[in-house]
Ligand binder design. Structure first.
Ligand code: ADP
Ligand code: MG
Length: 264
């Protein structure tokens, strides 16, 4: 039986879909059989982030309604062998899927894969409930902002009420320069508020937006620090004890050097 992990946050735009695509890629690169499931029914975008939108024919809705076999609905990744995507329907609403149906779907996927990563929609309503109902564990994604952390705290409480107690924290878009200037919460502030285990920190990286638009997760870029951060989370999920690096503020000289020699 594989592990079903919901990637969730409460707040929108904090990096749930980005994290799902990158972690799915990183785990598959480690040789695991992985399926990433877009649970953002009506507003899907995981297929775009993974560069697979043109290959989506069927969605989880078709599987649930019984119009298509699960194997047929799984889209094969272009680059990594054992990675699949199960897309969300665009033409349905979040309320069109029942929690029981989602639970059954996850069970079926857990039978086929080592990891079932479920990309949750924002909010605390049925879309979030459906994304979480089949999960054994959760990755809580937050950015270092008061509103995002508060929403994450609310989500942690809701997951506990659903008896999902195995939770890990991902802090995304950390900007060391802003932390140093006292303009951003630091990682210890966030851990103190949320009191769950930190599994990784992803720095702010403009390349992330480029990679999203290109449909090529940064995990594929061997030089990318953000991509490497996702690879480290994947190894920690696999049970490896790896230290979480602290990101240093860029020096004036360092950033000039990077710009001149393009060694970012
Ligand atoms: P969510 O799924 O939580 O709504 P997304 O994963 O779609 O959020 O990310 C929202 C936006 O933030 C995207 O444009 C994405 O490229 C950008 N983004 C995510 N993580 C980072 C990061 N570490 N640095 C810079 N931009 C990021
Ligand atoms: Mg999303």
């Amino acid at each position: 039986m594989g592990r079903a992990i919901v990637i969730t946050s409460g707040k929108g735009g904090v990096g749930k879909s980005t994290s799902t695509a990158n972690l799915g890629t990183a785990l598959a690169m480690l040789g695991r059989a992985v399926v990433v499931v877009d649970a953002d029914v009506g507003l899907r975008n995981l297929d775009i982030i993974m560069g697979l939108e043109s290959r989506v024919v069927y969605t989880s809705m078709d599987v649930i309604e019984g119009t298509c076999d699960i194997e047929k609905a799984l889209v094969k990744d272009r680059r990594v062998e054992n990675l699949r995507l199960l897309a969300a329907s665009q033409k349905n609403n979040k309320t069109d899927i029942q929690a029981k149906q989602m639970k059954e779907l996850c069970l079926e996927l857990k039978d086929m894969f080592d990891y079932v990563l479920i990309d949750s929609p924002a909010g605390i309503e049925q879309g979030f409930q459906n994304a979480s109902v089949g999960a054994d564990e959760a990755l809580i994604v937050t950015t270092p902002e008061v509103a995002a952390v508060r929403d994450a705290d609310r989500i942690i409480g809701l997951l506990q009420s659903m008896e999902i107690n195995d939770m890990n924290l991902v802090i995304n878009r950390l900007s060391p320069n802003m932390v140093k200037a006292g303009d951003m919460m630091n990682q210890q502030d966030i851990i103190d508020i949320l009191s769950i285990k930190l599994i990784g920190v992803i720095p702010e990286d403009q390349e992330m937006v480029v990679s999203t638009n290109r449909g090529l997760p940064l995990t594929h870029d061997r030089r990318s620090i953000a991509g490497d951060s996702f690879k480290r989370i994947a190894r920690r999920l696999e049970g490896e004890e790896l230290p979480i690096p602290t990101f240093k503020p860029e020096s004036w000289f360092g950033s000039l050097f990077d710009k001149l020699f393009n060694w970012g």
